[in-house]
Ligand binder design. Structure first.
Ligand SMILES: [Zn+2]
Length: 259
């Protein structure tokens, strides 16, 4: 099915090309170059590479309920399903193949610093006001990379909530900041892997419930101790550096969210 679709697309493309237009078409990718990352080939199931990994980071918020997209550079069924959901969410043809349309949308969504359009490093780097990505258990580089992955899931969640703004009240915290605010001793916030959210236009329960469909394996919200005024989301299942097992943990009893 997939292979046929690709083949058909290629044939149609070749037939549509008048000889003189070839040079123009071949030069087209450069026009879509982006300050953060530019894809150079179509991506579909079976391929692997860093370009797949870059794609996975950006579609990881488009999972089935409770699912995750492994950021492993291998384009498998899980990635294809996420690409399809991403495409549907943005009104593109939903075929699970990342080609021109999908990349164009991703370029629109990503800023030159690799953060998605509606979230910024500054917003995720609360650190009790100190700034910077050091002082946690991971290197500053790895912590910042986790924050980028968190932000792409938040971008998906925001879209899933109907493009309504989400406020991040706490993102990365260094160890002393985490102690100061009374965070769990091995909190996902220490890894750049978590965000505390509020919304001016959606209820906290709406945020907690929607988070289940956007790749968050940790969700705590209303009804769970200390979480009546925000929703905490994280990616604990993907965190191999913390001390807990890679399991999903959801608790927002007032919202019917549990796992
Ligand atoms: Zn939190």
């Amino acid at each position: 099915m997939r292979r046929n679709t690709v083949k058909r697309a290629l044939v149609a493309f070749a037939l549509a090309l008048p000889g003189a237009a070839i040079a123009t078409v071949a030069a087209a990718p450069a026009a879509h170059a982006d300050g953060c990352y530019t894809w150079k080939r179509d991506l579909y199931q079976g391929l692997s590479g860093d370009d797949v990994r870059q794609l996975q980071i950006r579609v990881a918020g488009w999972t089935s309920r409770g699912g995750i997209v492994r950021i492993d550079g291998d384009f498998g069924p899980e990635t294809a399903a996420a690409v399809k959901r991403f495409q549907s969410a943005y009104g593109l043809r939903s075929d699970g193949i990342a080609g021109k349309q999908t990349f164009t949308k991703l370029y629109q969504l990503q800023d030159n610093d690799c953060t998605p359009a509606h979230f910024s490093y500054r917003e995720l780097d609360d650190g009790c006001g100190k700034g910077g990505w050091s002082g946690g258990p991971l290197s500053a580089t790895d912590t910042k990379a986790s924050a980028v992955r968190t932000m792409w899931k938040l971008e998906a969640l925001r879209r899933g909530l109907g493009d309504k703004p989400l406020n991040v009240t706490s993102g990365f915290r260094d160890s002393s900041c985490n102690k100061k605010v009374g965070g769990a001793s091995d909190s996902q916030h220490l890894y750049g892997n978590a965000a505390d959210l509020t919304s001016g236009s959606r209820s906290l329960c709406e945020v907690a419930r929607a988070s289940r469909d956007h790749g968050f394996s940790g969700i705590y919200g209303p009804g769970y101790a200390g979480h009546d005024d925000h929703v905490h989301v994280d990616s604990r299942r993907e965190n191999n550096y913390d001390k807990s097992t890679n399991r999903t943990s959801w608790a927002a009893p007032d919202c019917g969210v549990s796992r």
